[in-house]
Design a protein around this ligand. Structure first.
Ligand code: 13P
Length: 334
């Protein structure tokens, strides 16, 4: 696949005022979210919920693409239209999560490495045929006593780079997601330092694996104080720290950065993105690829009446898409 085609797809993913809807929860993750709200996690309910999200009226005004999971990309609407077709018809690019989750990293107690490289080439080939045009791989880095180790960071960067190179070979834009978790008691400076090391390691690995950055999207976490630190940071502090870190580590040729929400509240996720864009212009487009911060409100509404609340839940999805779309332009009105 030509770099030009990959770069065009990447540009479409970060079209002005648009971001990505992450609905790529694995079966175990969506089951946890469903069960917390009393929803039975069976295939029928998972399908119905993803149909609700993907058929939200006017979603494409603020959403350029959505990330699916293996089960979801094989599913279809109630009327029998495959989700990937339904999305393409609506002008929403289909994406796919292709990592197989994390496992403990041997030799590095308490640390994780993301698996899923074995057999990835034929899987990507199949996903492309099913309609996917971009793919995502998430690495998880946690901040603790003496962690993350350099070994954990470099192992995850190596896997991200191998994933990215394979994606480009198969015509898919890689979304590289090195998530530094906000769990922990660390302060915002520690978060900054870890983000800086992680991003340097990642871009070094991408370079070593000949990944074309103009056809790559970065999905990072924001620089935040640990959730249990007792520290609060203002919206401006988070925006400034995150921007400084990205400007120090991310080459300008990369077209776009789409943040994950990582457990931030809906308003915080929107406010931080909006503040960063108000501080622009920046070398890259800054937008969103939120999971929880796009879905939480809608899932709660739907859980109260799975048949009767579909339209209401879709209104909540649209409201979050509109707010985050405005924040992607630095024009959110709180
Ligand atoms: P959150 O926005 O809920 O962190 O999810 C984004 C995502 O895709 C995690 O891999």
């Amino acid at each position: 696949m030509s770099i030009e085609t990959l770069a065009e797809t990447a540009q479409a993913m970060i079209a002005p005022g648009k971001g990505i809807l992450a609905i790529d929860e694995s079966t175990s993750t969506i089951s946890r979210r469903f069960e917390a709200l009393g929803i039975a996690s069976n295939e029928a309910n998972r399908r119905a919920y993803r149909e609700l999200l993907l058929t939200t009226p006017r979603l494409a005004e603020h959403v350029s693409g959505a990330i699916l999971y293996d089960e979801t990309i094989r599913q279809a609407s109630r009327d029998g239209v495959p989700f990937a077709r339904l999305m393409a018809d609506a002008g929403i690019l289909p994406g796919i999560k292709v990592d197989k989750g994390t496992q403990p990293l041997a030799g590095c107690p308490g640390e994780l490495v993301t698996e899923g490289l074995d057999g990835l080439r034929p899987r990507l080939e199949e996903y492309y045929k099913l309609g996917a045009r971009f793919a995502k791989w998430r690495a998880v880095i946690s901040i603790g006593d003496g962690t993350p180790s350099g070994t954990c960071i470099d192992s995850n960067s190596h896997a991200l780079a191998r994933f990215a190179a394979l994606c480009q070979e198969q015509g898919l834009v890689p979304v590289v997601e090195p998530e530094v978790l906000m769990d922990g008691t660390h302060d915002i400076e520690a978060s900054y330092e870890v983000h800086e090391v992680v991003l340097r390691s990642l871009f070094d690995a991408l370079y070593q694996h000949s990944v074309a950055l103009e056809g790559t999207i970065l999905k990072p976490s924001m620089v935040l104080p640990g959730a249990d630190s007792g520290e609060t940071a203002t919206v401006e502090e988070v925006a400034e720290a995150t921007l400084l870190c990205l400007k120090s580590t991310v080459p300008a040729i990369l077209p776009g950065i789409v943040f994950l929400s990582g457990g931030q509240g809906d308003r915080a996720a929107t406010a931080h993105l909006d503040a960063m864009n108000r501080m622009g212009p920046h070398p890259w487009t800054l937008s969103f690829s939120y999971g929880r911060a796009m879905q939480s409100a809608a899932l709660k509404i739907w859980s109260q009446d799975l048949q009767g609340n579909v339209a209401k839940a879709q209104e909540a999805v649209f409201a979050r898409a509109r707010d985050n779309g405005q924040a992607a332009l630095g024009r959110w009105v709180a």
